[in-house]
Design a protein around this ligand. Structure first.
Ligand SMILES: [Zn+2]
Length: 461
């Protein structure tokens, strides 16, 4: 048996690993590489293996860096099953259609630029809506904690990973070997969802290491920080603009706002979710009550309340409704994508509100280098938004305690909770984070053989 680590090896995006045994090939994840636009496009349009050689796909969760190239796999001829949970399967529908739409828009943009400048090469979309449609038809949703047969060679079981809705750790038995794959792992004290369940046993445990070198502050402080930002901004009669990822972070913010309103800790402000994609994801969340933890049941579900819905909350669907928010002249909270301010409706809200000192730009997620969100967080002023130079006079506040990823302690505890582990393979971490986790494991004296593969490295078992 051999495992080839094609992606998220020495990096955090483009997860792809192939397990080969007895002439069969099982693909774990088919994630999109994210980074510099042109380089990413080149890496994403071709796969590092033949799509028609793959017998089955197993997917841990819906995030685009794990699932975003499934339609490319299908475009290149794959027609086998894609095993995942029901929650992940539901999230993939809006997520992949949205990805195809963004690629279409990008292609039109670059085609127009290429007409003006012969040095610019137009880029085709990676896939079409038809490819997404075909891809979704191959999904085979499976229950967690139940074993199913894959490609006639493997027995596979999903366990809750506590990362996002539908996320799973994966236990694969092939021949006499047990292989564990964490996918992305959630933190302890997870909000809304149940905390992760360990994989029972694994000879080889492939684990993410996003925060392999970091320890999180307690997540309970995020709600208190949110409360303070709202009180401060309300006292200035300002608006709060929250650039937010549509999946997970938006639902966490709505959940915390609902809590704060229930406890009368913040003034009742109108809240607008100005992202059709986030609205779609929130509806899917609301259909998965069994995935919610005890606190969510006690405070909301058992009382017949939807945790993500409360008085004063409006979901704006059309562009016209979104534009009308520009003329809304009372204090309010506007949650809009994209999370790093690079695209989407949040750019319009920033353009209209960033030069008013009464307002707050509230950053609740990671801002990658070279993004508008990063420039705002780093205090740059003026910043260019939709072709206009704007002075940043609004207060810029970051809440860094929202996280859907395990930290160093959680990652080690997750390995400890799995029996018989011999090899630990660290993927999905930049070089330093994986290295720091390896050092910590050595310091604590655990008996595991720790491997940090680079792209295309092969492990023989
Ligand atoms: Zn993820």
């Amino acid at each position: 048996m051999k495992i080839t680590f094609y992606g998220a090896a020495g990096g955090v995006t483009g997860s792809k690993h192939v397990i080969e045994h007895d002439g069969k090939r099982i693909l774990l994840e088919c994630g999109m590489h994210q980074g510099h636009f042109k380089e990413s496009h080149d890496r994403n349009k071709e796969l590092p293996f033949s799509a028609t050689d793959i017998d089955a796909v197993i997917l841990s969760h819906a995030h685009i860096d794990h699932s975003g190239l499934l339609p490319v796999l299908v475009k290149h001829g794959y027609r086998g099953p894609i095993y995942t949970t029901a929650g992940t399967a539901e999230l993939l529908n809006p997520l992949l259609y949205d990805a195809a739409h963004i690629q279409q828009e990008d292609a039109l943009f670059w085609a127009a630029r290429a007409k003006e400048d012969p040095n610019i090469i137009a880029l085709d979309p990676l896939y079409s809506r038809d490819d997404v449609h075909e891809c979704l038809s191959l999904l085979s949703p499976q229950e967690r904690n139940h074993t199913f047969r894959v490609a006639d060679v493997a027995d596979v079981t999903f366990y809750n990973a506590g990362h996002i809705l539908g996320s799973s750790q994966i236990h694969i038995t092939i021949g006499d070997k047990h292989i564990g794959f964490t996918g992305d792992l959630g933190p302890r004290n997870r909000k809304i969802l149940h905390e992760s369940d360990p994989i029972p046993e694994a000879d080889v445990l492939i684990t993410e290491s996003t925060y392999g070198g970091r320890l999180h502050k307690e997540s309970s402080s995020a709600r208190a920080e949110l409360q303070k930002v709202i009180a401060d901004t309300h006292s200035r009669k300002g608006k709060i603009i929250i650039p937010s990822f549509a999946l997970e972070r938006t639902q966490e913010i709505l959940y915390d706002l609902h809590h704060l309103y229930n406890q009368k800790k913040i003034p009742r402000l109108p809240v607008f979710v100005d992202s059709p994609l986030a609205t779609n994801f929130t509806e899917i969340f609301s259909d998965h009550l069994a995935d919610f933890d005890e606190e969510t049941h006690a405070f909301f579900v058992d009382k017949g309340k939807n945790p993500f819905s409360f008085k004063g909350l409006t979901h704006t669907a059309s562009k016209r409704e979104s534009m009308k928010l520009n003329a809304f002249d009372k204090p309010c909270i506007i949650i809009a994508g994209s999370g790093m301010c690079e695209a989407g409706r949040v750019k319009h809200h920033l353009k209209h509100h960033i030069d008013d000192a009464r307002n707050t730009i509230l950053i609740v997620g990671y801002q990658a280098e070279h993004t508008l969100g990063r420039r705002i967080v780093e205090g740059e002023s003026p910043v260019r938004i939709l072709g206009k130079q704007k002075d940043v006079k609004a207060h810029v506040v970051s809440i860094r305690t929202y996280s859907a990823h395990a930290d160093q302690r959680d990652l080690i505890n997750n390995i400890l909770a799995t029996k018989n582990v011999k090899d630990v393979v660290l993927v999905h971490g930049d070089g330093e984070q994986a290295e720091l986790l390896k050092v910590k494991i050595a310091e604590e004296g655990h008996p595991w053989n720790v491997i940090i593969p680079q792209a295309n490295d092969i492990m023989e078992l």
